[in-house]
Write a protein that binds this ligand. Structure first.
Ligand code: UDX
Length: 471
């Protein structure tokens, strides 16, 4: 593979840890820095604090060889040509991203720059952060000839983070100088030249030696906006299909057919058109708000983004009202909640619509038994078990004597439920599916009433179709 680069990655969250391990997989020498000493210890012993496919294997493969972990930022910066900043940029009160972690890290980097370094912003940040990083370095007296600042946004998704990183749709590099652009091109050369994909043991994905990853070099501001605009656009697609789903349901149309019909138009594409209970996670809600704030700072009212958020919030009400419409009163009802994570294949519950639904059910007097293949531990930290909330070790235990079963997360396991077994477990055979994981007929054939999103509810023969009730 091409010439290795010495890289420092600051922050060992989803983006930082995946980037550090994947850079090592690409043949570079990586030092990953975190100020959380316990986390550093865990990582040093090969422990992975997040649930992410391929990450434990890759860490095991490169630990102590291509990648090491430390809490000593200055030492890591000194030894590295490129310094990637991948610390959190949480949402502040105004919707703006809170950049205090970025600033703190930049101030620390400033003390250790004695020869030319490329400082790369990998965290999702508002436009002009690149410029601010440059200014902070100047203020700390760093010679402008000793550094360049580059924006290199990350587009990985949780759950598929490693494959997304190694097989990206595109690599975006916002660089103000030829020298820094060239270093980033060298770093990504194994992916853009395709040599990585020819390597024995390379993880397979959409890219190959014949179709390597593409790199787009832009200005720093453009790169910063590409990241915000990409996430905002994907969020918009989801809100759009959810709005259409609510219309479809009113006229007895089927949103799954509609999404397929829209998605077949190659200008639109089929992805991110799954109707449901709205988007969650650590990125979309935060980035839609942050992008809106960025526009506001420029005197522009990007109202469309307000609407994206409003539809998303309302989608939780839509689902909650379906539960009420199916069960009438909630006080004293036993409800099985399948799924707590914000989407399948992750243990992340940040901004999870599932968690909000569970909270609302409990507040309405229902008793909830929840099950998730990976997110129970994290959920228990914010919603401890109580009289009103129990956790089950599998979905059938969760469904025992339930008045209704709710599907809240799109885990594969929930698409393959043993329906006769579920039917034997529940008190009443009602499934309310916030992720449209089933075809209505296959559920009703098993004796269930099935309520989903953007499709007419289907009823088992015994219950019959009730009249539409308004709440
Ligand atoms: C997202 C972006 O996809 C990624 O490029 C960026 O780097 C980080 O933010 P992530 O938050 O991991 O990634 O999850 P993603 O798979 O995009 O899903 C986000 C939310 O949208 C989830 O709650 C998911 O359930 C929901 N979603 C997604 C839908 O409701 N419908 C869809 O069709 C797709």
């Amino acid at each position: 593979m091409s010439e290795p680069v010495s890289i420092c990655v600051i922050g060992s969250g989803y983006v930082g840890l995946v980037a550090a391990v994947c850079f090592a997989e690409m043949g570079h020498r990586v030092i990953c820095v975190d100020n959380d000493k316990d986390k550093v210890e865990t990582l040093r012993s090969g422990g992975v604090p997040i649930y992410e496919e391929h990450l434990p294997d890759l860490l095991g493969k490169h630990l102590g060889r291509g990648v090491e972990f430390t809490a000593n930022l200055a030492g890591a910066v000194e030894k590295s040509e490129a310094i990637f900043i991948a610390v959190g940029t949480p949402q502040g009160d105004t919707g703006a991203a809170d950049l205090s972690y970025v600033e703190a890290v930049v101030s620390e980097i400033a003390r250790s720059v004695t020869e030319y370094k490329v400082i790369v912003e990998k965290s999702t940040v508002p436009v002009y952060t690149n410029e601010w990083i440059r200014r902070v370095l100047h203020r700390h007296g760093v010679d402008p000839g000793l550094f360049d600042v580059v924006s290199n946004p990350e587009f990985l998704r949780e759950g598929t983070a490693v494959i997304d990183f190694l097989h990206p749709d595109r690599i975006v590099v916002g660089a103000g100088s030829e020298r820094s652009a060239q270093l980033l091109q060298r770093i990504y050369a194994p992916l853009t030249s395709g040599t990585y994909y020819e390597q024995p043991g390379a993880l397979p994905g959409v890219c190959s030696a014949a179709h390597p990853a593409r790199i787009l070099v832009t200005s720093a501001q453009s790169a910063e906006i590409i990241k915000h605009a990409s996430n905002a656009f994907l969020a918009l697609k989801i809100s759009f299909i959810n709005a259409v789903a609510n219309l479809a349901e009113n006229v007895d149309a089927d949103i799954e057919d509609i999404a397929a019909g829209i998605g077949l138009d190659s200008r639109i594409g089929p992805r991110f058109l799954r109707a449901g209970i709205g988007y969650g996670g650590s990125c979309f809600p935060k980035d839609v708000a942050a992008f809106h704030w960025v526009a506001q700072q420029q005197g522009l009212n990007f109202q469309l983004l307000d609407e994206v958020r409003r539809i998303n919030d309302a989608q939780r009400d839509v689902f909650f009202n379906k539960v009420r419409a199916a069960l009438w009163t909630l006080r004293g009802k036993r409800i099985a909640a399948l799924g707590l994570a914000f989407k399948g294949d992750t243990d992340d519950i940040r901004e999870s619509p599932a968690i909000e639904i569970v909270r609302r059910l409990i507040d309405s007097g229902a008793t909830v038994t929840a099950y998730d293949p990976a997110a129970i531990e994290r959920t228990q930290a914010v919603l401890p078990p109580s009289e009103k909330l129990k956790y089950a070790k599998d979905l059938y235990e969760a469904a025992k004597d339930a008045d209704a079963v709710l599907i809240l997360t799109d885990w594969k396991e929930f698409s393959n439920i043993d329906l006769p077994r579920l039917n034997r477990a529940v008190k009443f055979p009602i499934i309310i599916d916030g992720r449209n994981l089933y075809k209505p007929d296959e559920i009703t054939d098993q004796g269930f009433t099935y309520v989903s999103i953007g499709r007419p509810a289907t009823y088992n023969a015994q219950q019959g179709k009730p009249r539409k009730l308004i709440f």
